[in-house]
Design a protein. Structure first.
Lengths: 367, 120
C-alpha cells in the first residue's frame, strides 16, 4: 500500500476511533522577525516551562498523537528547544519543525539531523533580499535563512520552503520556486493571510484577491492541471453534505505556548488549557471541540446551499474569525470564485443584501 | 546459521495505534504499518535478544506456528525492515539507549545486508 493511501487509512481510522493524530505545538510566540502579515503578538505572556512542555508531550503521546509540528514564533528563541525536540523524538513522534532558519548554524543543523526530525519548513517570501527583508523587517534575513537551509540540506534534512503570497511579493513566486529548486527544497505556496488571533483583521488586506488570485490559479507550474483545478463544481450530492469540514478538532488540534488548546492554529476557539486540565480530558470532553465535531456540511446555513460545497476549501477557523464557525469564510469564497468564475452562495447573498440596504440589519441578526 | 540481533532504527517515528505499530521513516517519508505479528517483533527488538528467541517466545508460543517456518519468515521480515531503516540487524548484540536507539557503542557490529524482496 502506498504512503498516501496508508495515510488516508490512518486518518480515517483515527477519525472513526476519535483519536488525535496530529498536534501543532507552538513553543513560543517570541520571534526575531516581525513579518508584516504575522497573526501573533511576540511578547512572552508566560510560556510553558520545559517541564510543562515535556509533560504535555508525554500526555499527547499516550493519547496516540503521531504527527507533531513544533512551531512558533521562532522556535529557536527558546534556549531549551533541542531539549524539547529530544524528548519528543524519544517518544517517537514524527517531528516537523517550522522555523525561519535564521539561527540555524552548523551546530543546530547537526542536532536537527541527529535527532531524526523528518522535515523543516522555512518561510521564504521572495528570492530578492529587498523584498523578503522588507516583509520580515529583519535586515539580512533572506541571506541567513538561505544559509540555514543549505546547512540542513547538506545534512540530508528535508526542507520545505513555504511561500505566503501577498501583494508585496506577488511577482516573486517564480523566483522563490526556482530558489527552492536550486536549494533542493520542496516548495509550497499559500495565498491566505490569516487574521490575527485576537480577531484583528487589518492584515488580511495584505493578501491578494480578484484578478491576482485568478492569475495564480491559472499557472500550471503552481496548480498542475489548470482545467481540472479550475473546473466548475460537480453537481452536489447528499454524501458531500454529510462530510466533516477538515481535521481540526477531529484528528488534530493546536496548543499555544501558554497551554491553551484550540481546534487548529487557524481556529482560535478556546477549548481548554493543558496547564489546568489533562489533554485527554479536553480532547474527549471539551464542549467546544464536541461542538466543532458535530458540524456537517448540511449544518452550514449558507454553504450547504452553495454549488461549491463539495470542492470549496472553506476553513471553519477563518469562518469563526469572521464571527460564525458555521458561516462562510469569505476568503475561501473568493478562492472558489477565482478558480471557477462561479460566485458562491455567500457572494450572491451579500450582493442581494447590498441591493436591499434595508434588509442588511435583519440578515445580520439571523447569523 | 549465525545468531541475529535486532534493534529499532534511529531515524524513524512510530506509534502503536489500535495494537498495530505505525512507522514513518525520516529518510524517505515512507509510512509503514506492521501487523500484529510484526508489532510483536518490533516490541521485542531490544538489540540484545536473539531473533530466534523472539520468534520462539512471541511467535511460536502465541500463534502456534512451526518454528522453522516462523524463523525463516521472521528473518526475511527483519531484513526487509532493515533495508528501509526501520530495524537494525546485526550478528552481534546492539547497544541501545534508554529510548531504543543505537548508541554507537558497538559500531564494529556489521549489519547483515538486506535482501531485495518486497515486504510481505
Amino acid at each position: 500500500m502506498s504512503t498516501s493511501s496508508l495515510m488516508q487509512e490512518l486518518g480515517q481510522s483515527a477519525l472513526d476511533a476519535g483519536l488525535p493524530l496530529s498536534v501543532q505545538l507552538d513553543v513560543t510566540y517570541r520571534c526575531n522577525e516581525r513579518c508584516v502579515h504575522c497573526y501573533l503578538d511576540h511578547d512572552d505572556h508566560g510560556e510553558m516551562t520545559t517541564a510543562e512542555i515535556k509533560d504535555v508531550l508525554d500526555q499527547i503521546a499516550e493519547a496516540g498523537v503521531f504527527f507533531l509540528t513544533l512551531s512558533g514564533g521562532e522556535v529557536l528563541m527558546r534556549m531549551d528547544f533541542f531539549e524539547i525536540v529530544e524528548h519528543a523524538r524519544a517518544l517517537l513522534f514524527d517531528v516537523k519543525i517550522k522555523t525561519n532558519a535564521f539561527m540555524i548554524r552548523e551546530k543546530e543543523a547537526d542536532r536537527i539531523r541527529d535527532l531524526g526530525v523528518r522535515s523543516v519548513q522555512v518561510s521564504i517570501y521572495s528570492h530578492r533580499p529587498e523584498v523578503h527583508d522588507a516583509i520580515t523587517k529583519l535586515p539580512g534575513s533572506l541571506r541567513r535563512s538561505i544559509a540555514g537551509i543549505r546547512l540542513l540540506q547538506s545534512r540530508g534534512v528535508k526542507v520545505t520552503i513555504a511561500n505566503v503570497l501577498m501583494r508585496q511579493n506577488l511577482s516573486d513566486y517564480a523566483g522563490v520556486k526556482e530558489l527552492a529548486r536550486e536549494l533542493g527544497a520542496e516548495y509550497t505556496i499559500d495565498p491566505t493571510v490569516t487574521p490575527m488571533m485576537d480577531g484583528n483583521r487589518s492584515i488580511v488586506s495584505l493578501g491578494i484577491g480578484g484578478s491576482d488570485l485568478r492569475q495564480v490559479f491559472r499557472n500550471p507550474d503552481l496548480v498542475g492541471n489548470v482545467d481540472s483545478f479550475c473546473a466548475p463544481p460537480p453537481p452536489m450530492d447528499d454524501d458531500v453534505l454529510d462530510e466533516t469540514p477538515c481535521s481540526a478538532g477531529h484528528t488534530s488540534c493546536y496548543i499555544s505556548p501558554y497551554g491553551e488548546l484550540f481546534p487548529c492554529v487557524q481556529f482560535p476557539l478556546p477549548s481548554g488549557n493543558v496547564r489546568t486540565q489533562k489533554f485527554i480530558d479536553i480532547w474527549r470532553n471539551s464542549t467546544q471541540l464536541n461542538d466543532v465535531r458535530s458540524i456537517r456540511a448540511r449544518d452550514l446555513p449558507v454553504c450547504s446551499t452553495c454549488s461549491h460545497v463539495g470542492t470549496c476549501t472553506r476553513c471553519p477557523g477563518l469562518a469563526y474569525m469572521e464571527g460564525n464557525m458555521r458561516g462562510p469564510s469569505t476568503q475561501d469564497c473568493e478562492k472558489s470564485f477565482a478558480r471557477t468564475g462561479i460566485a458562491s452562495a455567500n457572494m450572491i447573498l451579500k450582493a442581494s443584501l447590498r441591493a436591499m440596504p434595508g434588509l442588511v440589519q435583519i440578515a445580520g441578526l439571523q447569523q | 546459521m549465525s545468531v541475529i540481533y535486532i534493534a529499532r532504527g534511529t531515524k524513524l517515528a512510530g506509534r502503536k495505534l489500535k495494537g498495530q505499530m505505525v512507522i514513518m521513516t525520516a529518510r524517505d517519508s515512507v509510512l509503514s504499518c506492521l501487523n500484529e505479528l510484526g508489532t510483536a517483533i518490533w516490541d521485542a527488538a531490544d538489540g540484545l535478544t536473539p531473533l530466534e528467541e523472539i520468534v520462539e517466545r512471541k511467535v511460536c508460543a502465541e500463534y502456534h506456528v512451526d518454528r522453522t517456518v516462523a524463523l525463516k519468515d521472521a528473518e526475511e521480515f527483519v531484513q526487509d525492515l532493515a533495508s528501509d531503516g526501520i530495524l537494525i540487524v546485526s550478528d552481534q548484540p546492539i547497544a541501545t539507549s534508554a529510548h531504543g536507539n543505537k548508541t554507537g557503542l558497538n559500531q564494529s557490529a556489521q549489519s547483515i545486508e538486506a535482501r531485495p524482496e518486497e515486504r510481505p
